[in-house]
Design a binder for this molecule. Sequence first.
Ligand SMILES: Cc1cc2nc3c(=O)[nH]c(=O)nc-3n(C[C@H](O)[C@H](O)[C@H](O)COP(=O)(O)OP(=O)(O)OC[C@H]3O[C@@H](n4cnc5c(N)ncnc54)[C@H](O)[C@@H]3O)c2cc1C
Length: 478
Amino acid sequence: MNIVWLKRDIRTIDHEPLFWAENQKEDYIIIYILEPKLISHTDTSIRHLHFIYNSILDVNNELKKFNRQVNIFFASGENVFNYLTTKYQVSNVFSYKESGVNLSWQRDKKVLKTLNKNRVKWKQFDNQGVLRGIKDRVGWDKNWFSYINSSVVKNKFSKTSFKIEKSMYDFTIEKIPELKIYPKEFQPAGQEFAIKYLNSFINERGKNYGKNISYPEKSRISCGRLSTYLSWGNLSLRYVYQLVKKSGTYKFHKRSFDTFLARLKWRSHFIQKFEVDCSYEFNCINSGYEKMIYENNDEYLDKWKKGETGFPIVDASMRCLINNGWLNFRMRAMLVSFLCHHLHQDWRRGVYHMAKLFLDYEPGIHYTQFQMQAGVTGINSIRIYNPIKQSIEKDPDATFIKKWIPELKEVPKELIHKPWELSQIDLIDKNEVKKYAKPVVDVKLNNNKTKNQLWQLRRNIFVKRESSKILRIHVRPK
Ligand SMILES: Cc1cc2nc3c(=O)[nH]c(=O)nc-3n(C[C@H](O)[C@H](O)[C@H](O)COP(=O)(O)OP(=O)(O)OC[C@H]3O[C@@H](n4cnc5c(N)ncnc54)[C@H](O)[C@@H]3O)c2cc1C
């Protein structure tokens, strides 16, 4: 038999490994491996597992009529492949290449060894226009456009009567009983919902994409909201790209949809950086910034994590994330800026907290974007967000703040952005407001320790040299 190994590609449409498996003479099984070591890594949370598990159930529903299903294992990849390839006569394993964290990269190396030892071929397909083993970006754009415009694979499935036996590595829901109930706050998982979200974006929601993208409340409707489906692979990138471009609404709202399509390329661009160097999970992209000295105050960090900093837009953003796992780009960036620039924390102290909260956690985007917002890449402009300005501009009616900070519900919108300015008279009969946190740092936000260091280091010769190197590898070779 052959094996199709699903990773971050839990779908049945536009799936190359499944297509190849269907076209071989041997029958095949489909597997997903929940690996204890990987799922207990500090970047992973139960919400990710909820999404993965329910996406698999959705695939199983789709494949039921062909008597096929995804066999879920609960063991290390190495053990699972060792077991399968010794018990069965396996010819090939088909999967996509995974641009994951160091741990999954090390796992892949061990799996490769096991497969080589048992003389099984492992064919890995390029994923979303991301290339393996490149030294720079020469020809990268051309390759991306050729991927994104290439034909979507038309997957068809044959019926089978072939099943593998039960094994000691099988996953049963009793191993993670929390997975029995999918929390209603999260976007629903699986390909079927992914397509519904995509269609509603194309037909209706996307018209105001560009206009609303930075507003935390409006963006919940008019952004694509496809990141979670793309991150776990319920949708392929080119399927999304082509459906948007071919749609009747595209030409009427070209500007908005083009802004969206550009971001699909950014997606691959960021993942490509991480594919080249997954040590960005731990190290500054520009190693010159390892010299930064932060205060790293534990109390501040704790308040940031809980959404209790006393800055309403910051706390509303964090509480929203805790509740449902999605936030628009601007508010994600502001949370990182607040952490690193105003609370003087090393980016590594917050990066896993947000990874765990994002339902759409994608290592390739997450670590590179986090560092970019922290200002430690040396190649991007340093953006220090003022949360009060963001609050007034991006949540003028305070709908977002009031939704997530019940303590401030009674405060008129004109006063809500700076609750510390409320007078005794404003506070009469408003006992809830008094319960809201006091600002964790001076509201003038004029402590420039981080800002000064960032700018000083930018002029440092070593940082400059590193920056040139990064540009050469990840942007343009000359
Ligand atoms: C600190 C930080 C961490 C982030 N971590 C993640 C993450 O773990 N996973 C993730 O998918 N996105 C991440 N992003 C990028 C971005 O915020 C989300 O992709 C976007 O908000 C998802 O919503 P959407 O699907 O409605 O996006 P849309 O605005 O509809 O965009 C369409 C798609 O383009 C891609 N995209 C959009 N913006 C970016 C961007 N700035 N960089 C790269 N790709 C982009 C996403 O795949 C997204 O689904 C992060 C941003 C920041 C600032």
